[in-house]
Write a protein that binds this ligand. Structure first.
Ligand code: 2AM
Length: 194
């Protein structure tokens, strides 16, 4: 009977198994194809130097807010909070970073766009106010390029100029070879209806 035998039937399942309606969700910006392809080439060069697992080109993104497993009513609440981008933002991706404890190599802007960060922090605050638990650390825009890296890469890359004109609500399914993402909703810059 294993572990379950020691527990109260019914209650056990409720705590151990996720509700099938729950969807692992996050808000993110996605680089367009040419930028994503360049980032993928950067990741391959870094991998040659320090190993690790390159993030698939179609999965490259900046997470604005990680939301966790959401029920459909919570997804509607997120959609109610999200607003269009007030304008287009540009991020100069010119800094490769390494988070040793997470084993992540990422790329991001050396100089953050203050207005973009303000927009994201404000969005995260509004989500908190309606009950979502959002990472309390300040927003650090980054695109994860590789995981499972043990050593800091030493690499000089040409800066990439990324124009951001939308963000999306994404559903994530974890599979053996990494995550599969699907976009469920988009918010573009004001006046740019999708
Ligand atoms: P990362 O790239 O810095 O690891 C989808 O999983 C995205 O949400 C990833 O980009 C990941 O950021 C971020 N993410 C995953 N789990 C998270 C968590 N528990 N808290 C905050 N962000 C998370």
């Amino acid at each position: 009977m294993g572990d379950r035998g020691a527990c109260i039937e019914g209650l056990v399942c409720a705590t151990l198994v996720n509700d099938p309606l729950e969807v692992r969700s996050f808000l993110a910006c996605w680089p367009d194809k040419p930028i994503a392809q360049q980032l993928n080439r950067c990741a391959a060069r870094i991998q040659e130097q320090v190993g690790g697992r390159v993030i698939r080109v179609e999965n490259l993104h900046v997470t604005l807010a990680f939301l966790g497993d959401l029920m459909p009513t919570q997804i509607s609440a997120v959609e109610d909070v999200c607003a269009p981008l007030p304008r287009t933002f540009r991020l100069e991706l010119d800094r490769v970073g390494f988070w040793k404890t997470k084993g992540i190599v990422w790329i991001g802007p050396r100089t953050p766009d203050v207005e973009f960060n303000k927009f994201v922090e404000n969005l995260r605050d509004r989500l908190r106010r309606v009950g979502f638990r959002i990472d309390s650390r300040p927003f650090t825009p980054h695109i994860t390029l590789l995981r499972k890296v043990r050593k800091r890469p030493r690499i000089v890359l040409e800066a990439l100029d990324w124009v951001i004109n939308e963000y999306t609500l994404v559903a994530s399914k974890l599979e053996q070879d990494g995550a599969r993402y699907s976009v469920s909703k988009r918010w573009s810059t004001l006046g740019d209806v999708k």
